[in-house]
Design a protein around this ligand. Structure first.
Ligand SMILES: NC(=O)c1ccc[n+]([C@@H]2O[C@H](COP(=O)([O-])OP(=O)(O)OC[C@H]3O[C@@H](n4cnc5c(N)ncnc54)[C@H](O)[C@@H]3O)[C@@H](O)[C@H]2O)c1
Length: 357
């Protein structure tokens, strides 16, 4: 029988969804979990049916427990430390988004991947929504002409995950700027166009809705970007302003047409217009799920995205290939948001986005 990958998961929230998918995957064996909180760890243990010997509150002991793959599902500020330790222990790392909270931490991850030669992949699940592959094909075939401009939005009010007004408890998102959480938006655009961002400009410092949280509670941030191929991208992000329903939104404008997802969220009908193919726009499906996959493939939390992501990651490990969302693409998708927030704090100056890998 082919090798079974020994998988360990840290951070119960996102670890749960990925844990279920890894547990269902015949090529993998979930052997360990880790969480700082004993209550969270107990929940993790129960969900994954693990013995006490496979459960850790001490991350250093967890990574030394004979793992091939570590899934990092902890808060963003912890990603860099945990990723570096796991790579140095000889594990492949699949990390939740975004790669890290600072450019310095991103550099540490890049250095660790180079030094250890171990595989690293960013678990940017939105890239694995079904429509992204279809739009990517349209871009590659030239159906929309040259892509000139793209827009993306992630508007999702989660105030209680930032600050608990009743108790005064600050959550880890208290210090996470809206623009820092950019990979769900920029990721699919960069995946479809194969481009990378070279300059960024950000706006948005006000915090009217949640004045207690001066960074995590910024009302709304806008990022403008220029890419190496010369296109422009606009991103809109909020974690606090009322928005029903919460949405992910994407639009690509090319020299021959445009494609756009729905204003009430992906999964709903979008629009397509291509010069010469149709007189006016057409309603199109913007499917999140791969219809060829079974119902059980939806356990990850966002339709079939996490299932497809895991399969892509395992395939790259088995073939000894660089994962699709390797350290270079992880930083191409993470660093622009860090730089755009820095720009917003400086009043909107244009700043270069460094290529880290
Ligand atoms: N891809 C997605 O769709 C998606 C959705 C939600 C969250 N996320 C990402 O998942 C990550 C976790 O977010 P969340 O909402 O689950 O956070 P959370 O705060 O709900 O859970 C994090 C867990 O990690 C544990 N933890 C914190 N520090 C730790 C440490 N040093 N060692 C071990 N355990 C530690 C906490 O006890 C907690 O159980 C973040 O990076 C976030 O951006 C991604």
């Amino acid at each position: 029988m082919a090798k079974r990958w020994r998988v360990g998961l840290v951070g119960v929230g996102r670890g749960s969804g990925y844990g279920k998918l890894f547990a269902e995957e015949p090529r993998c064996e979930v052997v360990a979990c880790c969480d700082l909180s004993p209550q969270a760890l107990a929940r993790f243990q129960k969900e994954l049916h693990l013995p006490d010997s496979g459960c850790f509150t001490d991350y250093a002991k967890f990574v030394q427990s004979g793992l091939d793959i570590v899934f990092v599902g902890t808060p963003m500020p912890v990603h860099a430390d945990q990723t570096v330790v796991a790579l140095e222990a000889g594990c492949a790392v699949l990390s939740e988004v975004t790669a890290a909270s600072t450019v310095e931490d991103c550099k540490r991850i890049v250095d660790a991947v180079r030094r250890t030669g171990k595989p690293y992949m960013l678990a940017e699940n939105c890239i694995y929504w079904h429509f992204v592959a279809q739009w990517k094909e349209w871009v590659a075939s030239g159906r929309l002409g040259e892509i000139v401009h793209a827009e993306c939005e992630y508007l999702h009010p989660i105030p209680t995950l930032i600050y608990d007004r009743a108790t005064g408890v600050k959550k880890w998102r208290f210090t996470r700027a809206p623009l820092h959480y950019c990979t769900h938006s920029l990721g699919p655009i960069l995946e479809m166009t194969g481009d990378r961002i070279v300059r960024a400009c950000g706006l948005g410092q006000g915090h009217r809705v949640m004045p207690e949280a001066p960074i995590g509670g910024i009302d709304m941030q806008i990022g403008l970007f220029e890419t190496a191929k010369g296109m422009s991208i606009k991103i809109l992000r909020t974690s606090v302003l009322p928005r029903e329903p919460a949405i992910h939104y994407y639009v690509l404008h090319g020299t021959k047409g445009f494609v756009e997802s729905s204003r009430v969220g992906v999964g709903n009908p979008g629009l397509l217009y291509v010069v010469g193919e149709m007189k006016t726009h057409q309603a199109i499906e913007v499917p999140m799920n791969d219809p060829s996959l079974p119902e059980s493939a939806r356990a990850g939390g966002h339709g079939t995205a996490e299932y497809s992501l895991i399969h892509d990651f395992l395939g790259s490990l088995e073939r000894g290939e660089t994962p699709r969302l390797d350290v270079k693409r992880a930083m191409d998708m993470t660093v622009p948001g860090l730089v755009a927030h820095e720009s917003a704090m400086k009043g909107g100056v244009w700043l270069d986005v460094p290529a880290l890998a």
